[in-house]
Design a binder for this molecule. Structure first.
Ligand code: PBG
Length: 337
């Protein structure tokens, strides 16, 4: 068109006939036409619990997040539930780490004790989830056990995950989050849970989990000193289509819900996954994403609350049903007004 306005937006008397801005004129108008909304129930709080401490320990790279004692964890779970948050994802930090991550399968290990404590506190008011992975428990920091040459041994690791899953279910987990990116993990865990009678314990599978620099602060959160990197098991950031292959496998193996992680740098992957499935889809806004926003806000470079809420809405827009975020309780309270 000669006036430069295309399609149905023809000019009338030199003015644009179609003005998207008319639907942005007032808060009520914007609220009415909002395509997506964020609810407290969309949010899940990841939380760290550390063995052998009597006071919560601050995580310097995640200002506002702590390694909990069992007591402070119970309180955080109760606060999250009161704010309307749906779930809590627990990570254990044991006092003693070893090559096979023994504390991860010990019925008295810190994560199992935390699961029992949180269930005692909140009952079924929160979906109580556990990270089903060995890296918090191994002295080498890898997500699995190593073979004689120091490589992560997929199938030997699966046996450890099966044991871990049953220990977590026994301790009261409603839902497990297998995050180690071992081939076959969802199927092996499903079989182990079923064999032990835990048919109702579900899995939120970390379907597309990338080898990311944004996990940095998590290492401090779980006192991990990783030797090497995770590139032989976590996905290459260069790959999007491959996420759909992981997705098909997880669904075939019995995943109840699926997750994409990290969050913000992988919204395209999240959108593709959400488009492709009929199970709930979660996004994990990870430690480095939290740290970036907090650090920039601390310097006065961005508006903290607006930035947080914008990131959460972006996950909804991209197709997430569930968002794991360290800001879960805070954001839920803000939504409640
Ligand atoms: C693995 C696991 C990790 C995170 C959640 N589960 C670390 C990793 O894969 O390197 C990272 C979470 C975060 O960075 O907030 N057990």
């Amino acid at each position: 068109m000669s006036d430069g306005l295309s399609g149905y937006g023809s000019a009338s008397g030199g003015f644009p006939a179609v003005r998207p801005r008319r639907l942005r004129t007032t808060p009520a108008m914007r609220r009415m036409v909002a395509e997506h909304t964020l609810r407290p129930a969309d949010l899940v709080l990841p939380a760290f619990v550390r063995e052998g401490i009597t006071e919560p320990v601050a995580i310097s790279s995640m200002p506002g997040v702590v390694q909990h004692t069992l007591d402070s964890l119970r309180k955080a779970a109760a606060d999250a539930a009161a704010a309307g948050v749906s779930g809590i994802m627990l990570f254990g930090v044991p006092e003693v780490k070893d090559a096979v991550g023994s504390a991860g399968t010990d019925p008295d290990g810190i994560l199992q004790r935390a699961l029992r404590a949180v269930r005692a506190e909140v009952g079924d008011d929160l979906v109580v989830m556990a990270d089903t992975c060995l890296d918090e428990f191994t002295d080498h920091g890898h997500c699995g056990v190593l073979d004689a040459r120091g490589r992560v041994d997929n199938d030997a690791t699966l046996a450890r995950y099966a044991e871990m899953a049953v220990a977590q279910a026994e301790a009261g987990a409603h839902m497990l989050g297998p995050s180690g990116m071992m081939d076959g993990q969802v199927g092996v865990i499903r079989a182990a849970l079923d064999a032990a009678g835990y048919h109702d314990v579900s899995q939120l599978a970390y379907t597309a989990k990338y080898a990311s620099a944004f996990y940095g602060p998590f290492r401090e959160a779980v006192n991990s000193s990783l030797r090497g990197d995770r590139k032989t098991y976590q996905q290459d950031p260069a790959n999007g289509r491959e996420a759909l292959r992981e997705l098909a496998l997880d669904l075939a193996e019995g995943a109840d819900a699926v997750m994409v992680k990290p969050g913000m740098p992988y919204l395209d992957v999240l959108a593709r996954v959400a488009e492709a499935v009929d199970v709930p889809v979660a996004a994990y806004q990870i430690s480095g994403e939290y740290a970036m926003v907090e650090a920039a806000a601390e310097r006065g470079w961005i508006e903290r609350e607006r930035a947080i809420d914008e990131t959460l809405m972006a996950f909804k827009r991209a197709g997430a049903d569930v968002i794991l975020t360290y800001w879960a309780t805070e954001a839920a309270r803000r939504l409640a007004g």
